[in-house]
Design a protein around this ligand. Sequence first.
Ligand SMILES: NC(=O)c1ccc[n+]([C@@H]2O[C@H](COP(=O)([O-])OP(=O)(O)OC[C@H]3O[C@@H](n4cnc5c(N)ncnc54)[C@H](O)[C@@H]3O)[C@@H](O)[C@H]2O)c1
Ligand SMILES: O=C(O)C(=O)C[C@@H](O)[C@H](O)[C@H](O)COP(=O)(O)O
Ligand SMILES: [Zn+2]
Length: 362
Amino acid sequence: MRMISLNVDLGERTYPILIGPNLLDDPEPLRRAIGGVSAVVVSNETVAPLYLERVQAHLAGLRHEAVVLPDGEAYKTLDILDPIYSALLKGRHDRHTTLIALGGGVIGDITGFAAATYQRGVNFVQIPTTLLAQVDSSVGGKTGVNHPFGKNMIGAFHQPRAVIIDTRTLDTLPDRELSAGIAEVIKYGLINDAPFFEWLERHMDDLLAREPAALSHAIERSCLNKARIVAADEREAGARALLNLGHTFGHAIETGMGYGQWLHGEAVACGMLMAATMSAELGWLPHTEVARLRTLLLRTHLPVTPPAELAPERFRALMAVDKKVIDGALRLVLLRAIGQALVTADFDPAALERTLATPAAA
Ligand SMILES: NC(=O)c1ccc[n+]([C@@H]2O[C@H](COP(=O)([O-])OP(=O)(O)OC[C@H]3O[C@@H](n4cnc5c(N)ncnc54)[C@H](O)[C@@H]3O)[C@@H](O)[C@H]2O)c1
Ligand SMILES: O=C(O)C(=O)C[C@@H](O)[C@H](O)[C@H](O)COP(=O)(O)O
Ligand SMILES: [Zn+2]
């Protein structure tokens, strides 16, 4: 299968997204992105035994080392940065070093934040190994960690130098993680790509069966969609907030239930259905379209019912801790149609109350 190459166009900080099978065996993309004479690979205890050796083989001749972190969303905290900073300092890594994130979105977000802050900013490269990271988190430069009071509350925008996607790393990904990644893929169809949503309805079984051509198409189309939005609005002054569809509800679920209980993609799936339900409550989206989304999520083995543990009051309080809140006003990403999302604070709050009160997403 051919290698696909896309760009995230950001002027002199433009970088490539390379997509293809067995890209981990090719030293060139990584060597090109490194530049300096040293590098640190950051991975975790699940991914390192699978892929670290292949990445390190390309670092021969450079001063390099690896930091292997514990696995899990629960470890995406400020404390986890210490072993990374310590390795960088002990190894006398200067401003020309490169951090390489090898893993899913958790490793990517942590490593990117370490790269944004070490000596006020060094290079980094993303080698995403989950579907979610390949279609979303490795692209766009949002980095950071969670706080007990809210998801991704401490962070920085810091773009990678390259994103290297070896689609064969998905061979070892558990089914539940594959489905969680597909949630963010479905998101792009909902935001502004109705033909892609229709393609997903036709090809969901192929994706779940990990058919290589289907996976490759889904990754390419997702990255194209994300790259276009990021290039137009790098720091979320406007349109980029559309990428947050389902996230105000979803982040509330993740924080409220305890990080790691619901996978990010699962919480986003449920959150997207809640956003669609609320849009229907507002009279903006036909109920038949909500049902269409629900069917697709269920086929993907994704949750469609918010956790009973989160009463509406608690849900509302958690939703208020959101980076899209401006001057106390909650802004939500809602739907006018499948393929037509909008960001707005201009909604009848009763529609939100009804959405939270009935497990209508069920
Ligand atoms: N920065 C962004 O724009 C952005 C976008 C979306 C999500 N995120 C963040 O990403 C995180 C979720 O990422 P995720 O879904 O990748 O979760 P994750 O990083 O926790 O990875 C999921 C699981 O898969 C394992 N794994 C990774 N690659 C594997 C492979 N190839 N084979 C077997 N196991 C593998 C991991 O060790 C982990 O146990 C959340 O913290 C979310 O907030 C960030
Ligand atoms: O890249 C973006 O912009 C996104 O919003 C992508 C989301 O899928 C991702 O989960 C992101 O980390 C959420 O951002 P946040 O600013 O709401 O923390
Ligand atoms: Zn997300």
